[in-house]
Design a protein around this ligand. Structure first.
Ligand SMILES: [Fe+2]
Ligand SMILES: [Fe+2]
Length: 246
């Protein structure tokens, strides 16, 4: 019997047959769907070389990619972040918080979901005000805890997504207690206040509306994201070239 997994692997082989180079997926991409301890069956390479750069199945990024290039060429739908930023603007918060809302879920959009607040913050840290990346890091845990002082309730969507009996794990409770007492707590909290899902599904928000906010608050490296030797450059490069062999 052919399992869905085997069919997917066969389709993938067929796909990589058509490529000049052999593509091998990172363990993290398939861990869970397959047991990471089991060796990945590898057909003979028939003299083909392995992929060491741009994946021809993806749109090519400019040599010096900007933040918006990543939104355009590598991130999934980002309407949620754009709408959050628009809502933040409507609510009259500072530009820093608008930027934080615009970028708060970039890890979900383009990198790794699990612990997305931390990954998003790490990607952004070299390029934004420390308060912005701090707020993005902790919005993830603050989402699980109500704050009546600003009208933030535990999201009903979380009850649907995780079940009524979900309890944040001890490491999340501890991170919450830490963030609750921090001087930037309210910055992070304001992300959660503006972190709504499709508050108006009819509103289309364009990335370009935030050109100036990003221009003033995001230190775009002249070498391009991924090539400026910052502490997170390698992460941007991995998003650019997700299937590079090494
Ligand atoms: Fe989030
Ligand atoms: Fe969000």
């Amino acid at each position: 019997m052919t399992t869905t997994m085997q069919r997917a692997e066969a389709a993938e082989h067929a796909m990589s047959e058509e490529l000049d180079r052999i593509v091998v997926k990172s363990v993290l991409y398939t861990s869970g769907e397959r047991d990471p301890r089991v060796p990945v069956p590898r057909p003979p390479d028939q003299g083909k070389l392995y992929l060491m750069g741009h994946d021809p199945r993806l749109p090519k990024m400019p040599d010096k990619p900007t933040l918006f290039d990543f939104f355009r060429y590598r991130f999934g739908p980002s309407a949620h972040m754009l709408q959050s930023a628009r809502l933040a603007q409507k609510n009259g918060v500072s530009e820093k918080i608008v930027l934080a809302c615009l970028l708060h879920d970039i890890a979900v959009a383009g990198f790794i979901r699990s612990d997305h607040g931390y990954w998003s913050a790490q990607l952004l840290e070299p390029y934004v005000d420390e308060e912005v990346s701090w707020a993005i890091r902790y919005h993830q845990v603050l989402r699980f805890f109500a704050d009546e002082s600003v009208g933030y309730k535990y999201p009903e969507s979380y009850v649907k997504l995780f079940g009524a009996d979900y309890q944040p794990e001890p490491h999340i409770q501890a991170a919450y207690r830490y963030a609750r007492d921090h001087k930037w707590y309210m910055t992070s909290r304001l992300i959660t206040v503006n972190d709504l899902y499709s508050f108006d599904p009819n509103v289309k928000v364009e990335l370009e509306e935030f050109t100036d906010v990003v221009g003033r608050n995001f230190k775009q490296p002249k070498e391009g994201l991924g090539f400026d030797a910052s502490p997170s450059s390698h992460m941007w490069r991995t998003i650019n070239w997700p299937t590079r062999y090494l």
